[in-house]
Design a protein around this ligand. Structure first.
Ligand SMILES: [Zn+2]
Ligand SMILES: [Zn+2]
Length: 411
C-alpha cells in the first residue's frame, strides 16, 4: 500500500490509485524495514480519511523505523569519532589486498601507549578507516556507548522488549581485517566473536544495531534482524545476553582482584575516562538546548546538522581529555603487585594502575572527598573509577570552554 518513490515524489493514491504527488505529512520521512523512504500517497483528504484506520499503524511503524535507523547512524558516527581519538592500536604499516586490510605491529620497543594516534594514510578510503577503527572493538562499542545507546533507545520509545546483546561469529562477509604481530602470529576478525545489539519495535519487527560492522564490510548500523542472521551470522556460535553485559566485561578487566597476570589495564582505564568525557560532552551539548531524542524525529537536514555538531562536541571533549591525561602520563601509572586470588593461579601479577595524583588537576584542588578516595590506594582507586563509570559521581570540566578537559571532580 505504501509506495516508495522518493524521486520524483509522485505515486498512486493508496486508496483509489489515481496518480498524485501528495502524501501523508506525518510519515513524510518514514522508512521501510530496509531503511528506504516509504511515504504513503493520497489524492485527497477524502481518501486519506478513509484510509486512516489502516494507515495509523503503518504511519507509526514508518516513523519508529526512521528513528531506529537514525539512532543507529548517530551512535555509529559518535563511536567512530570516539575510537579515532581514543585509538588503542600501534600500527606501523597498512596494506590492502582486494577487500581485505592488513595492519602490522611496529618493531619491538616502540610501544608506549596505552593509546596511539590513528594511522591516517592517504591510501585509506573512509570505509577502510572505519574497518580499522572497528576492528575487534565491538565489545568496546557496547560498553563505552552504553549511556548514549540508552538515550537513543528511550527516544524511540517503542521497544516492547529490552535490548539484547548478541555474541556470534560472522560468515560470508565481504571484508576481513588482519592484525599481524611481531612474533609472526596473525589473527583476523573472522575468527574472533562479534557483538552487536538486537532491538525490537512495538510492531514486533526486530533489528540488528551493529556499530562495528565496518570491519566486515557492513557499513550500515541497522539492518532487519532476520536478514542479518541469514546473510552474515554463523549460527554455530550464537548467544544472547542482556544489554549491559559488555559493560560488565570491561569492569571486570579493571578490577585488580580479577586481574590476569600480565594484563595491562591502562588501555581500559583510559577508555573508561574517555567514555566519561564523551558522556559529559553529550550532557553539555544537550544543556545548550539540543536533544538527541528530538534529533531522531526532526527533518533529515536538521538531523544531519545536529549529528555533526554532536560528533564534533564529543571529539573535542574526548580528545582534550586524553591529551590532558597524557601530559600527566609520567605520573599517571604505577605498577602494583596483585596477589593471586585464592585457588586461582600460582603467581602474583605486576600491573600498572592509575595513581591518585593522576586524577588531580594542575590548576585547582580536587574535592576533599576525592583526595580521600585516591588516598585509599590503587585498588580502591580502580573500584572508585568503576563506580564513577556508572555516570553518577564524576564531572569533567573545561576551563577554557573549548572542550579541553582540564579537571575532573569526584563528588
Ligand atoms: Zn484517492
Ligand atoms: Zn503517515
Amino acid at each position: 500500500m505504501a509506495t516508495t518513490n522518493p524521486n520524483p515524489p509522485t505515486s498512486q493514491c493508496a486508496v483509489c490509485k489515481v496518480p498524485t504527488s501528495k502524501h501523508c505529512k506525518r510519515c513524510a520521512e518514514g522508512v521501510d524495514v530496509d531503511g528506504a523512504l516509504a511515504q504513503t500517497f493520497y489524492c485527497s483528504i477524502t481518501c486519506q480519511t478513509a484510509d486512516f484506520p489502516t494507515h495509523k499503524a503503518v504511519c507509526r511503524s514508518a516513523n519508529d523505523r526512521k528513528q531506529l535507523y537514525r539512532g543507529g547512524e548517530l551512535l555509529q558516527k559518535v563511536f567512530y569519532a570516539f575510537r579515532e581519538v581514543a585509538f588503542d592500536l600501534e600500527i606501523c604499516d597498512i596494506k590492502k589486498t582486494g577487500n581485505d586490510i592488513h595492519f602490522y605491529d611496529p618493531a619491538t620497543g616502540l610501544k608506549k601507549g596505552p593509546l596511539f594516534p590513528f594511522p591516517n594514510n592517504d591510501s585509506l578510503t573512509t570505509d577502510d578507516k572505519h574497518a580499522i577503527l572497528t576492528f575487534s572493538a565491538c565489545g568496546d562499542g557496547l560498553a563505552y556507548m552504553h549511556e548514549l545507546i540508552e538515550k537513543v533507545m528511550e527516544g524511540i520509545g517503542s521497544t516492547t522488549q529490552p535490548l539484547t546483546e548478541i555474541i556470534t561469529n560472522m560468515k560470508g562477509t565481504k571484508r576481513t581485517v588482519w592484525h599481524h604481530g611481531l612474533n609472526g602470529v596473525s589473527h583476523n576478525n573472522q575468527t574472533i566473536t562479534h557483538q552487536f545489539l538486537q532491538a525490537q519495535l512495538k510492531n514486533g519487527e526486530r533489528y540488528a544495531i551493529d556499530m562495528s560492522g565496518a570491519q566486515y564490510g557492513l557499513y550500515s548500523a541497522v539492518a532487519p534482524m532476520q536478514k542479518y542472521l541469514d546473510q552474515h551470522i554463523d549460527l554455530r556460535r550464537f548467544s544472547i545476553r542482556a544489554f549491559g553485559e559488555a559493560k560488565e566485561d570491561i569492569k571486570k578487566l579493571v578490577d585488580p582482584s580479577l586481574a590476569k597476570p600480565g594484563f595491562d589495564q591502562r588501555m581500559c582505564v583510559m577508555h573508561i575516562l574517555a567514555a566519561q568525557a564523551m558522556n559529559s560532552a553529550v550532557e553539555m551539548w544537550e544543556s545548550t538546548g539540543h536533544s538527541v531524542v528530538a534529533l531522531l524525529k526532526d527533518t533529515r537536514a536538521n538531523f544531519e546538522i545536529g549529528t555533526e555538531a554532536l560528533v564534533e562536541a564529543v571529539t573535542m571533549r574526548v580528545d582534550g581529555h586524553i591529551k590532558y591525561l597524557q601530559t600527566r602520563e609520567a605520573d599517571m601509572w604505577e605498577v602494583v603487585k596483585v596477589p593471586k586470588a585464592p585457588g586461582k593461579g600460582t603467581h602474583n601479577s605486576d600491573i600498572p594502575v592509575l595513581v591518585a595524583d593522576a586524577a588531580e588537576a594542575t590548576d585547582v584542588d580536587p574535592a576533599a572527598t576525592a583526595k580521600e578516595q585516591w588516598a585509599k590506594g590503587p585498588g580502591d582507586m580502580i573500584h572508585s573509577l568503576v563506580s564513577q563509570f556508572e555516570g553518577a559521581n564524576i564531572t569533567c570540566y573545561s576551563a577554557d570552554g573549548q572542550g579541553g578537559v582540564v579537571r575532573f571532580d569526584v563528588h
